[in-house]
Write a protein that binds this ligand. Structure first.
Ligand code: ADP
Ligand code: MG
Length: 329
């Protein structure tokens, strides 16, 4: 069952830059995890922030729709959105300190959410906050509810952020690169925690990541973004075994295989163009190892490639090009 549906989403910088994100459509199903991947600057954060009305001030959604559980989120008032954020939809950001309140104890922050969204009394809410800190693996939870965010390590802060995100029994959690700011060993712990919570609480998750290992371990569906467009949309298995866009296969080739020397790593040559500098044809064409003229100098429509699989590569869609997958390790 579809819980979140993003349909034809277009995000502009009005008067300055149209099409930062253009015609983006995807779904997140109940209890499943959809990954949003792509290099830096492809539009992942704008897409995920637009869902709950958290775009930067100058940036606007100019077309499309976002449906969550039958509610048209783009038509909600700021007040209605505040009831959804931290309630039925939890959010985890890259930088925990940017979203935790530095002047409130972590226990009070979580309890506040329960009071606001569920109408609990302070004592009840604080007891629940302690349970939640325990659930996310914070030692001495009874004592730590009285701590301030700055008294905690980055990994512990991110656990608090996750506790806050799940505090009001959400059905969907949106997590934008939740481990990028953390040490590698801590990253693995936080992801394992998110995965456990997803299973235990039957959460739908939209996970923004640039780590294909995380996608393989954690996610069911995947949306590959390139230069403000969706390049490919498919299941995680299909992506790894039978990718449908040259950008996806280039990302797969760039993943270090165990035992492979670093110098032999394939890196995609060139860089993501910024809005305003998008090629008129396929946006990936200048960097694509499979580009042919004149075909790829034309805009590529988003085309079906089988059940639940879509690509913006006309060569793959027409059967003219078959790509190599990667073996999952
Ligand atoms: N507040 C903003 N004002 C203008 N341009 C922005 C703003 N935020 C992001 N952008 C531009 O939109 C594009 C997509 O950004 P973003 O969604 O942050 O990418 P990602 O999360 O995939 O790295 C980038 O080219 C970025 O420069
Ligand atoms: Mg981002």
């Amino acid at each position: 069952m579809t819980l979140l549906s993003v349909e034809g989403l277009t995000i502009d910088l009005p008067g300055r830059q149209p099409g930062l994100v253009e015609d983006v459509s995807f779904q997140v199903s109940k209890g499943r995890c959809t990954a949003l991947i792509g290099e830096s600057g492809c539009g992942k954060t704008l897409t995920s922030m637009s869902i709950l009305g958290l775009l930067p001030a100058a940036v606007r959604v100019t077309a499309g729709a976002v449906w969550f559980d039958g509610v048209d989120l783009l038509s909600c008032t700021p007040r209605q959105l505040r009831r959804i954020r931290g309630g039925p939809v939890g959010m985890v950001f890259q930088e925990p300190m940017s979203s935790l309140n530095p002047t409130m104890t972590v226990g009070d922050q979580i309890a506040e959410a329960r009071r606001l969204h569920l109408g609990e009394r302070r004592g009840v809410a604080l007891a629940r906050a302690r349970d939640l800190l325990e659930r996310v693996g914070i030692p001495n939870a009874a004592r730590r509810i009285g701590a301030y965010p700055h008294e905690m390590s980055g990994g512990m802060q991110q656990r608090v952020m996750i506790a806050a995100a799940i505090a009001c029994e959400p059905r969907l959690v949106i997590a934008d690169e939740p481990t990028t700011a953390l040490d590698v060993t801590i990253q693995a712990e936080i992801l394992a925690l998110l995965r456990d919570l997803q299973r235990d609480l039957d959460l739908a998750v939209l996970l923004v990541t640039h780590d294909l290992g995380v996608v393989a371990d954690f996610c069911d569906e995947v949306v590959v973004m390139y230069a403000g467009h969706i390049a490919e949309r498919t299941t995680v298995d299909r992506l790894f075994y039978d990718p449908g866009h040259p950008y996806s296969s280039a990302l797969l080739a760039a993943v270090p295989q165990s035992g492979q020397a670093r110098s032999r790593l394939t890196v995609i040559p060139g860089r993501v163009p910024s809005a305003g500098g998008f090629p008129a044809g396929c946006r990936f064409e200048p960097r694509c190892a499979h580009a042919v003229e004149p075909h790829c100098r034309e805009p590529q429509p988003d085309a079906p490639l089988g059940e639940g699989h879509r690509t913006r590569c006309g060569r793959v869609a027409s059967g003219d090009l078959t790509l190599k997958g990667a073996v999952r390790g």
